[in-house]
Design a protein around this ligand. Structure first.
Ligand code: SF4
Length: 67
C-alpha cells in the first residue's frame, strides 16, 4: 500500500503529519509531503487510513498494490 498526496488540494492543515509523522512531513511552505515513495509498512496501515479519513481536503489517497 502507498499513500498519495494531491499537492494542489492540500491546504496545509498538517493533520496528516500530526497523525502519521512516519508517513508525512511538512515542507518549508507548510504543505504536506509524503515521506519517501509513500510505501506504507504493514504496521502503519491504520495510521495511513486515519490520515486519509482526517484530511479535510481529501488530498490523501491510498493505492493498494499486490505484493
Ligand atoms: S491533512 Fe490534508 S490538507 Fe492537511 S496537510 Fe495533510 S494532506 Fe494537506
Amino acid at each position: 500500500m502507498r499513500v498519495r498526496l494531491d499537492a494542489d488540494a492540500c491546504e496545509g492543515h498538517n493533520r496528516c503529519y500530526a497523525l502519521a509523522p512516519e508517513l508525512f512531513d511538512v515542507d518549508d511552505y507548510g504543505q504536506a509531503v509524503v515521506i519517501g515513495d509513500g510505501t506504507v509498512a504493514a504496521e502503519l496501515g491504520d495510521k495511513a487510513r486515519l490520515a486519509v479519513a482526517n484530511c479535510p481536503e481529501y488530498a490523501i489517497s491510498l493505492e493498494e498494490e499486490d505484493r
